[in-house]
Design a protein around this ligand. Structure first.
Ligand SMILES: [Zn+2]
Length: 168
């Protein structure tokens, strides 16, 4: 198990905090359903700083490689992971709503017990939702053996299919 890294978000910015760490893919519970194979680890860098707009920011970088299950054929799909995010910290729900309406920056609530691993996991899931399938022509969806597996499930949702396969 990786050691959880919890920060007081605003304090982290105030102290110009910096941290580089690694997380085992097998420790990211909510990512497991996307993975074909969960060995390996990812690198992350997080630092707190005041942005050019004078507001407190967390800058997050995530790098690594993941062996995903294609959402169409459930076959293996190696996907490099390279995420860079700037998140402006706000202190109230009202500010958060306001920030979400302006489209220029992504905002998050500055909590005093922010679990960095949780944050990273969320960012990875956001990035996976749009990328975890083979390109046309590389996908194994028409492989009759796999197709049969998918056909046997009662839902067209590939995640439901995946969950079902894992339970067996
Ligand atoms: Zn595929």
């Amino acid at each position: 198990m990786s050691v959880r890294f919890v920060i007081d978000a605003l304090d982290f910015v105030r102290k110009a905090g910096k941290r580089h760490g690694k997380i085992l893919l097998s420790d990211l519970d909510r990512v497991q359903d996307f993975l074909h194979e969960n060995s390996g680890e990812i690198d992350y860098w997080i630092n707190g700083d005041i942005g050019q707009d004078n507001k407190p920011y967390l800058f997050l970088r995530i790098k690594g490689e993941m062996n995903l299950s294609c959402q169409r054929c459930l076959g293996s799909l190696t996907q490099p992971l390279a995420i860079e995010r700037s998140l402006v910290l706000v202190e109230t729900e009202a500010e958060l709503i306001q920030a979400d309406e302006g489209e220029s920056v992504d905002a998050m609530l500055a909590v005093s017990d922010m679990d960095v691993q949780n944050l990273i996991e969320e960012e990875i899931i956001l990035s996976l939702a749009i990328s975890s399938r083979h390109k046309e022509g590389e996908c194994d969806i028409y492989n009759p053996k796999r197709y049969k597996t998918i056909e046997n499930t009662d839902s067209e949702n590939p995640f439901a299919a995946l969950k079902k396969l894992k339970k067996v």
